[in-house]
Structures are given as C-alpha cells and as structure tokens.
Design a protein around this ligand. Structure first.
Ligand code: BGC
Length: 419
C-alpha cells in the first residue's frame, strides 16, 4: 500500500515540483521548526527524522522549547519577518489558517490528490489543513486534552478507583491530601492552566455550552452561572497542587505522577509519551481516563506541519516530508510513541496500547455523535487573539487575582475586546 502510494506520488510530483532543493536559508533537505523537546516528544520526532533520513532527505532541527508552542510561534514570526521562513513548521488549528491567509504557505494539493488525503483525513482536521480548497499542511496526529493520568500504585494504596464524576474526583483529592501526597501535579503556565480548563469547562457546560461559549462566543454562557461553576472547580484544582507549581514544565509535572509524588495530572495525551518513554505500562503502572463528566466528549488538537512557501512551487523535500507524514505506517509508528492517535481514519489500532485504543475509539465515537470539538487551550476553538485573552483570565483566576464571579465577567470582556 505504502509503496504504491509513494510511486503514485513520485510520478505526480515529478511533473510539478521545483527542482531546487535548498530552502531560503541555504539548507538542503528540510529545516523543521517544532516544540517537541520533552523525552517522549523527542522519541516521537525521531520516528519522523529516521523516516526521512531513510529516504536520503537531510533534516535541520529547529527546536523551540515551550509546551503549547507559544514560544515556537514567536520565533516563527521573527523568521518570516526576516524573510527566512523554515521549510516546515509544527502548527495548530487557527494559526495554520492565519498563515495560509497571509499567503505564507505552499500548496500541497498535488501530493494530497496523489495520495487521496481528502478521503482519509477526518473532516474535523481538514477544516484546519485545507484553506480555500488548498491543502496547506500535513496532519500528523490527533491529540485530545480532556484526559487524566494517574499513578496506579498511589491510587491503589489509598483505595481510590478512577473517578467518573466530579464528586468522586473531589473525594479522591481529599483522600490524597489526607495521606500527605500531592493530589494534582501541575505546571503553572497559562497554556497548562487552560489545558485543564478545557476539561473542566466541558464537564460543567457540556458540549452545547462549550460550543456556545468558546466557538460562538455567546456572552450569556461566557459570563453565566455555569461559567462561575467552571471557575469554582478550577479553584478546587488550584487548592490541590503543590507549592512549587508555578512555571513548572508540563513534563516535570508528568514525572511527579510517574514517580508517585502526585496522584493525578490533567493533561493532553502527549503526557502518555512521557509514561511510555519511562517504560511504564498503562493499566499496570498508570491509568488514563477522561476528565470526570466528559466521558463522551473529545476536546481535540491536531499537530500539523505547515510547509512554508520557499518561493515557487512546493519543493521536492517538502512534498516528501508531507508524504512521509501521511503514510499509514508512519501514522501508526509515530502516534504509538507520541501518545496521540492517527490523523487518518484507515489506520489499524493494533499497534496501540490500551490508552491509544481508547483514544481512537473515543475519537471515532465523538466524531459520529457530534461530541468532537476543538481545544480552547491549543488553538482549535479560536484564533490566537481570543485564545490569549482566555489564557489571561484563566491564569489570573488560577493565581488568585480574580474570584470566580469576577473571572466569568472578565472572560466576557476579554473575549469581546479580542475579537
Ligand atoms: C502539541 C503537542 C505537544 C504539547 C506539549 C501541544 O500543543 O499539540 O504535540 O506535545 O503541546 O508540548
């Protein structure tokens, strides 16, 4: 299957791509800007590097640390402004649409048509990968943010079963507090606070309320009584993190759960990559479950690689990178390591562990029941201006600057100004 697709692609590309192989800054091969710098992320990235190197395509690495990609996007803006865009750039949701609308991205339609992307990439992803009929990025995966990761031995030792309701979750937190264990491992950074907020908001608002608040930006929901309850729950979470949470990187918070220093972490499934990288086994060493009250929903974000226009048609290396990313074998191999699930609907779940299998089943079920919706924290619900406005309010509340009523009122104002 793969070689057939590759042959078809090679023929199509031979007809269309620019012959020149060097990017604007003189690199041959591809220069890839990304924020995959944790142990689990780097292990996954190596799957992609190795794939390309096996095809004889050189890789210049441009890592910019910082979960959620804010710092990477700042570096990207500087590079584009300087007329020196990297060849390929990790991107999320509305940021991709934004770059496409600025005319910065190469058109991948040739490779997409040759490989039938239209038929296998889910519609929820196509809305961020195709702009005005042009494929502008290659989807790598689907992550989701409404997960909880737990240390199984810690839970067992304290007689705690995976909570399925908010009330059970609160009671588990109280049990861990009483036992002298940090209930929740967390890193106080705006994107992490808001990643937690994704799941908490969904648990209170449900899919209709989440959509009304963050997609339709309905002020009565953004500032309503249920939003006050969302912030009340965020305050409960704040009361269950350790004293050193401020500024901590997400993977160090995951390590606290891995090492048994904390019971739970609310984080996207890139956290699973850290457990796997540490040799841990789902169901034995750690548990994965949906944030209580969001069992039927999926708040997703998909990593994609935008191919920046290097002047002319898409380069041979860019097309090869896009093709490698979309190949079914790569989608399986990469996502098994990354913690995410494939960005194609036709990849078997055979190679995936229990959490991965659940992730794939949840995604398919949520997509078919209209319970799949973009993550606020990871740029799949709103453009960056609105996302950043929400970050500011969520973080200010988490750090005690606003009480819950004030936070809901501030959310209305911040979102309205940012639009
Ligand atoms: C990306 C993930 C990444 C995580 C933490 C998210 O925005 O989608 O791929 O692992 O940030 O760095």
């Amino acid at each position: 299957m793969r070689s057939f697709l590759k042959t078809k692609t090679a023929i199509a590309l031979a007809l269309s791509v620019t012959a020149g192989t060097a990017s604007a800054d003189g690199h041959s091969g591809v220069e890839v800007l990304h924020w995959w710098t944790s142990g689990g992320e780097a292990a996954a990235l190596n799957v992609l590097k190795d794939d390309l190197e096996a095809q004889g395509i050189g890789w210049t690495d441009m890592p910019v640390a910082g979960g959620g990609g804010e710092q990477a996007m700042t570096v990207l803006r500087a590079r584009v402004t300087a007329g020196n865009a990297p060849t390929a750039v990790q991107g999320l949701g509305f940021d991709i649409i934004d770059w496409a609308n600025q005319g910065a991205l190469a058109n991948l339609n040739e490779v997409a048509a040759a490989e039938g992307w239209d038929d296998v990439v889910p519609a929820a992803l196509q809305q961020f990968a195709k702009v005005d009929g042009a494929w502008v990025s290659a989807p790598v995966n689907v992550h989701s943010t409404n997960w909880v990761w737990a240390n199984k031995a810690v839970l067992d030792a304290n007689g705690i079963a995976a909570p399925t309701t908010w009330e059970e979750f609160e009671s588990a937190l109280a049990t861990l507090q009483a036992a002298g264990i940090t209930p929740i491992a967390h890193g106080g950074q705006a994107w992490q606070d808001t990643t937690v907020f994704d799941g908490v908001a969904m648990s209170v608002l449900g899919i209709d309320g989440y959509r009304a608040a963050f997609v339709d930006m309905d002020e009565s929901v953004l500032g309503g009584a249920d939003m006050v309850e969302v912030f009340n729950r965020m305050a409960v979470i704040r009361a269950n993190v350790d004293d050193n949470f401020s500024g901590r990187d997400w993977n160090l918070a995951t390590a606290m759960v891995i090492n048994g220093e904390a019971g739970f972490q609310m984080m996207g499934d890139w956290a699973k990559g850290e457990f796997i990288n540490a040799g841990k086994v789902p169901g034995e060493d750690f548990l994965c479950f949906r944030f209580p009250g969001t069992q039927d929903q999926v708040t997703f974000n998909a990593d994609q690689f935008m191919m920046f226009d290097q002047g002319g048609a898409v380069s041979e290396q860019q097309a090869a990178l896009a093709s490698a990313i979309l190949s079914p074998t790569f989608q399986s191999a990469f996502n098994v390591v990354k913690g995410s699930v494939p960005a194609r609907t036709d990849v078997s779940d055979e190679a995936f562990d229990a959490c991965g299998k659940q992730g794939m089943a949840d995604l398919a079920a949520a997509a078919s029941s209209d319970n799949l919706i973009g993550s606020v924290a990871h740029g799949h619900a709103n453009p960056a201006s609105v996302k950043n406005a929400i970050y500011d309010v969520v973080t200010a509340h988490f750090n005690g600057e606003f009480d819950s009523e004030t936070a809901a009122a501030e959310l209305v104002d911040a979102v309205s100004i940012a639009q």
